[in-house]
Design a protein around this ligand. Structure first.
Ligand SMILES: [Zn+2]
Length: 414
């Protein structure tokens, strides 16, 4: 069995069943997947792939691309390949040893081409169901496969809406669940949205997906966490043929389970939600700027580090989540773990070091406001961040100007 890398979202089904992908691709780094996919080596696998192929509509890849290309949501996985804009050599960066990377590696352990194809063509069903079809939002929403994060997430959402000065009244909050595959109606409705046809016409595929997600441990491992391993912020817009979809934050069970598994369960849900809320502030106040494709990695890094900083400020502030130093250290580790080295990717969120530095800066800012209990307006905070940004992203490869992994806490602990 020869190991090959699975490349998300860009794999195509060729006539001979094999996946053809380009080797140099940013998606690989973006989700830190480290997927090692084996070639077909059993009769069972090739039969499964045959069945899977039979469910795919004509031009499935095109349809998927057209659908996802209609809108943009922050932190999502569908982004365009762009040219290099940041010199990766200038930064100390590796995600290989991050506990979260190990966790996603475990989620996809033993995957064959079959699982990779399910993921590529049907892996976004929970995402799109949550974003566009799920009516169980806000107080009706639940978080975690068994609702284990519901209180934490609901409470934090309410608190964030009070803490920041944007109008969050029309914003919706919803959960993303692997269970979507187990409900034929939900699954068929989402398939209809992605690939067209009627609900009835999509029922057979929905049944196939239910069968395989129930049956295969490689797909339902840890409650199918790999399929909900994301959280994102959506800006309200028209989506054909559904009509207007309001501002929304979607929290996937998988990312919260993953953080829990590596020991950050008590802070991660709050930290991730506060980060996504930061993106909603950016939408409302117009902090996203349109840039040329080659400048996109840098632009994304800016808005991502800013969202980390908004989150850290809220999490630390006396009138926010008031986390003590022990928990602050943990949430900084959360951001560190979701850093990436995809310097050429339009989805580049900043390196682990940079994300940690942005969070630490905002933590210190909130500490200084501690006595007075004053909360900066979102605009005041933004201006301070913009001033600080060049320092946060300064090259750190040789000189170790930014915080290195060894001494990243020492300064704040003084
Ligand atoms: Zn983000």
């Amino acid at each position: 069995m020869r190991k090959i890398k699975m490349l998300l979202g860009v794999c195509t089904l060729s006539a001979s069943l094999f996946v053809s992908c380009s080797k140099e691709n940013p998606y690989e780094e973006e989700l830190n997947p480290q997927y090692a996919v084996t070639e077909i080596d059993t009769v069972e696998q090739s039969e499964l792939i045959e069945r899977l192929r039979a469910t795919l509509p004509e031009n499935a890849e095109e349809k998927l691309r057209d659908f996802s290309g209609q809108f943009r949501f922050i932190d999502g996985q569908f982004t365009n390949q762009v040219k290099a804009a940041i010199d990766g050599d200038q930064y100390e960066c590796s995600t290989d040893d991050l506990p979260l990377t190990e966790y996603t590696g475990y989620l996809t352990e033993g995957w064959s081409l079959f699982e990779a194809l399910v993921y590529t063509f049907y892996g976004d069903i929970p995402t799109y169901y949550a974003l566009f079809l799920d009516e169980d939002v806000n107080k009706r929403a639940y978080f975690g496969p068994n609702g284990e994060y519901t209180n934490q997430v609901q409470r934090t959402f309410k608190d964030l809406s009070r803490f920041w000065d944007i109008n969050a009244g029309d914003m919706e909050l919803t959960g993303m669940h692997f269970d979507t595959y187990l409900d034929l109606e939900k699954s068929a409705k989402t398939l209809q949205l992605l690939y067209g046809g009627t609900i009835e016409e999509n029922m057979e595929t929905a049944e196939f997906l239910k069968e395989i997600t129930e049956e295969y441990e490689t797909l339902n491992r840890e409650n199918g966490a790999i399929f909900t391993f994301n959280a994102f912020a959506f800006k309200g817009q028209e989506v054909s043929p559904l009509g207007f979809i309001p501002d929304k934050i979607v929290m996937g069970d998988g990312i919260m389970q993953g953080m829990d598994a590596i020991g950050f369960g008590d802070v991660a849900a709050q930290a991730i939600l506060a980060h996504e809320f930061g993106h909603q502030i950016q939408y409302d106040n117009g902090y996203f700027v349109d840039v040329d494709p080659e400048d996109e990695p840098e632009a994304t890094r800016r808005t991502e580090l800013m969202a980390d900083a908004y989150a850290a400020y809220y999490l630390t502030h006396k009138r926010g989540a008031t986390m003590n130093w022990k928990r602050v250290k943990k949430f900084m580790e959360v951001f560190y773990n979701i850093g990436d080295c995809g310097f050429t990717s339009s989805g580049h969120h900043g390196t682990p070091n940079q994300r940690m530095a942005a969070a630490k800066w905002a933590y210190e800012l909130a500490q200084r406001a501690h006595k007075k209990g004053h909360i900066l307006s979102s605009q005041e905070f933004y201006e301070l961040f913009e001033e600080k940004l060049p320092e946060l992203v300064a090259p750190d490869a040789e000189e170790n100007l930014a915080i290195s992994t060894e001494n990243r806490f020492t300064e704040a602990e003084k």
